[in-house]
Ligand binder design. Structure first.
Ligand code: SF4
Length: 289
């Protein structure tokens, strides 16, 4: 129903997805169709995710045209994003296949609410996946997402097992998923099940859609989450949606050298040579060129 019918197409910095360890500074042709398989009460793109395809303006943008557009606009990456790309799985899949033929990478921005079999197939044709882990409790998923946590955790494990570059975003919402206990639990789970090197972004919530009754996340709460992640042994924890915060940078976990310096979506410095810290040669996981 939405195959080849994009309702949104823009060129974004890859840092906006956010993907921090994947081709930093590159431009991503970013596309979406209408629809989603869940209903987050805090969705920032609800005007296109929570409607039927016929309720939004769309235009014909078949896979070959998407790839040609990426080439024409010097985008080395195509991102499937804004809504939930699982909704337009076949369109995303075919576009990724076409893109790979032309040397263009594909990245998926998803809530990870997908069955194992199609996810495994998808990992064969895309290059990176960012998963929104929205909380670490089934109650939250039931009340505020209209989905389930367990399939998302399973999806994260499958992505890791299939050697696709992955980053995780945790949107920290005041009073709902921001307790030290829950944050520590999610960090411990990631450390145990995936390992210390998957980047985790603790992003700032702002009131919107059906959740205008809560304030923006205090920066101190994001810093608490970041501190817990480091305490639990995660090497690459970030604070998101706070431009200029020092936790937007990537630090070498061994010598603490700033290996990627960022402000918002801008890159100021990359101190990684052949995948290693320029100062102490520690490998920094990611796809850097
Ligand atoms: S999964 Fe993403 S697009 Fe879908 S409702 Fe939630 S935030 Fe919106």
């Amino acid at each position: 129903m939405v195959y080849g019918k994009a309702c949104s197409a823009n060129i974004d910095p890859i840092e906006k997805k956010p993907l921090f360890h994947y081709l930093p500074g590159s431009s991503a042709l970013s596309i979406a169709t209408a629809g989603c398989n869940v209903n987050c009460k805090f969705c920032q793109n609800w005007e296109i995710s929570q409607v039927r395809p016929e309720q939004v303006t769309h235009y014909d943008f078949p896979p070959q045209a998407v790839v040609q557009s990426a080439q024409k606009n010097s985008c080395p990456v195509i991102a499937y994003t804004y809504t939930e790309p699982i909704i337009f799985y076949e369109y995303m899949y075919d576009t990724s296949v076409e893109a790979r033929k032309k040397g263009i990478k594909s990245v998926v921005i998803t809530g990870g609410y997908i069955n194992p079999e199609p996810l495994v197939e998808l990992t064969k044709v895309v290059d990176a996946i960012k998963v929104d882990l929205k909380a670490f409790s089934e109650d939250f998923y039931s009340s505020y997402v209209k989905g389930k946590l367990e399939p998302v955790l399973e999806a994260i494990k499958i992505i890791a097992q299939n050697n696709i570059w992955m980053e995780i975003v945790y949107l920290v919402i005041p009073t709902l998923n921001d307790s030290a206990k829950e944050l520590r639990s999610v960090c411990q789970w990631i450390r145990k099940e995936i390992g210390p090197d998957v980047p985790i972004h603790f992003s700032r919530f702002h009131p919107m859609y059906l959740m205008k009754n809560l304030p923006s996340t205090p920066i101190s709460t994001l810093e608490k989450a970041h501190k817990i992640a480091i305490e639990e042994g995660l090497h690459y924890a970030y604070v998101g949606n706070v431009p200029g915060h020092r936790a937007e940078n990537t630090y070498c976990p061994k010598c603490q050298n700033t290996v990627v310096q960022r402000t918002g979506y801008q890159i100021q410095k990359i101190g990684i040579v052949a995948g290693r810290c320029e100062n102490c040669s520690t490998p920094i996981p990611g796809i850097w060129s």
